[in-house]
Design a protein. Structure first.
Length: 111
C-alpha cells in the first residue's frame, strides 16, 4: 500500500514527512498508517494527511478489526507491544523489524 503525503501537520503536530513524497505503509493500527518517516522511524500517522496512490496491501498482512477499528500487519510486526519494544530499543524487536524491512524492501520496488 502506498500513500502520498499531502500535509505535514495534523492537529497542531508537525511531522517529519515531505509533501508530495510517496511512502509505503508497513501496517495499519487503529486506522492509522504506520510508515517510515523521513528520519527512518516507523511511526503512526493519521490517514488524513495522505492520499492513497496504490491501495494494494501485501498478501502476508493479517487484518483484523478490534473494537471496530482496523489492525493490519505482517505477523511478525503485529504482536501487541511490538513497536513499543522496538522504540524502547529491545534488541530482539529491532532485529525482527530490520529483518522484516530488509526482506520486504527486497521484494518490492520501494528500495
Amino acid at each position: 500500500m502506498k500513500v502520498r503525503c499531502i500535509a505535514t501537520e495534523h492537529e497542531g503536530v508537525r511531522h517529519d514527512l515531505s509533501v508530495g513524497d510517496v511512502y509505503e505503509v508497513i501496517g495499519i493500527e487503529a486506522g492509522d498508517y504506520r510508515l517510515l518517516n523521513d528520519a527512518g522511524d516507523p511511526l503512526l500517522f493519521s490517514p488524513e494527511i495522505f492520499e492513497v496512490v496504490d491501495p494494494t496491501r501485501p498478501a502476508h498482512w493479517v487484518c483484523e478489526p478490534i473494537d471496530g477499528v482496523e489492525y493490519a500487519y505482517s505477523p511478525e510486526l503485529g504482536a501487541p507491544g511490538f513497536f513499543e519494544d522496538y522504540h524502547d530499543g529491545d534488541p530482539q524487536a529491532v532485529r525482527t523489524f530490520n529483518r522484516y524491512l530488509n526482506r520486504h524492501l527486497h521484494l518490492t520496488d520501494a528500495a
